[in-house]
Design a protein around this ligand. Structure first.
Ligand SMILES: [Zn+2]
Length: 348
């Protein structure tokens, strides 16, 4: 039995060489140490051993068991270290390699235009006030002196909602909302979205955005000259100091007198081209002195107070400023288009 044990030891340790793989190690462990393994089998046959040899055989079995277990533990540890150093070698980090550039977003071109416009007005002392998109007839039309039969009030132009509400068709409701709550002097710009029943096309969209501006003070203190000064200052700050500005008499229900404002064509600088239909001018905004009926509607006495107002489309202004010829591009959000206007991002 001693000879048999020595044989088990020699064979097991021989198979547990440095090159033994996981399966080989496991096979030896099961064969030698397992529940029906070789050493267990010997122990079961202990009664065949003469009493005098029993302690010796028992010690030898334990010795072999410990030896084989230790060798297996050593091999397992060795393999674990190898695997670790292999994976460290594979994942070696070169800290001198350039890093991955994380993509950064930037503002939409319409947002850039809007922010630049508001910045100029704020520098002139205007306060930015946002008002609501969901309006009633009074604040969108009635108080702005739209007669009851005005075409803008018809279904084909305005999104009417149940309960007599509507989606505002312009940001001029901002004038009414602010003047109702506050007293002159006021210098306010109201940016926001507007809605009309238009198909999305090169020049129009059912949702668009405007900036409404107005200034109200004591009658006699404020005049059409202030309107012209503010508008010309704004347009030259936005489009460039050499921009030509011209006022043309016009008509709006909420202003009297009213003026449409043109700037010199940005493409031909006033010489005349296809885009400006050879006129050298491009229409940019509507303006005028606030109609006495509008002042009355918000409880101001037109004998005591006067003011001017103006409104312009952010999309239209962006088209001109950025040289874009199709309004739909602003709403499709194709990154190839938007990436041309990464003004907010530092050059790299
Ligand atoms: Zn032109």
């Amino acid at each position: 039995m001693k000879a048999q044990l020595e044989e088990i030891r020699t064979r097991a340790l021989g198979e547990l060489s440095d090159e033994a793989d996981e399966a080989q190690i496991e096979a030896v462990r099961v064969r030698v140490l397992g529940r029906s393994g070789e050493l267990t089998e010997i122990m079961r046959r202990m009664r065949e051993v003469p009493p005098a040899e029993k302690p010796l055989v028992g010690r030898l079995v334990n010795e072999i068991k410990n030896e084989v277990e230790a060798r297996i533990a050593q091999l397992v540890e060795h393999r674990r270290r190898e695997a670790l150093s292999r994976s460290l070698a594979e994942a070696r980090l070169d800290v001198t390699l350039p890093g991955l550039r994380m993509p950064r977003g930037w503002s939409h071109p319409l947002t850039q235009t809007r922010e630049r416009m508001l910045e100029i007005f704020e520098a002139m002392g205007f306060e930015v006030v946002e008002t609501q998109d969901l309006e009633d007839d009074f604040h969108n039309f009635g108080a702005l002196n739209f007669p009851p039969d005005h075409p803008a009030r018809e279904m084909q132009d305005t999104f009417f909602l149940p309960g007599g509400m509507l989606l505002r068709t312009h940001t001029s409701n901002g004038q009414i909302r602010v003047m109702e709550r506050r007293s002159p002097p006021l210098a306010i710009v109201c940016p926001g979205n507007c809605y009309r029943r238009d198909e999305l096309s090169v020049r129009a969209s059912p949702m668009f955005s405007q900036i409404e501006g107005f200034m109200v003070d004591r009658a006699g203190v404020i005049s059409m000259a202030h309107l012209k000064g503010v508008i010309a200052e704004f347009l030259r700050a936005f489009f460039g100091p050499d921009t030509g500005v011209r006022f043309r008499a016009s008509f709006f229900p909420f202003t009297e007198p009213s003026a449409e404002v043109d700037i010199s064509c940005l493409l031909c600088k006033g010489a005349g081209c296809r885009v400006c239909k050879q006129s050298g001018w491009t229409e940019i905004l509507g303006s005028g002195m606030i109609h006495p009926n509008v002042l009355r509607a918000v409880g101001y006495d037109p004998m005591q107070y006067a003011g001017f107002a103006f409104g312009m489309g952010i999309e239209r202004t962006s088209l001109l400023k950025l040289g874009v010829d199709d309004m739909r591009l602003f709403f499709e959000n194709d990154l190839r288009f938007l990436a041309q206007f990464r003004a907010g991002e530092a050059a790299s």
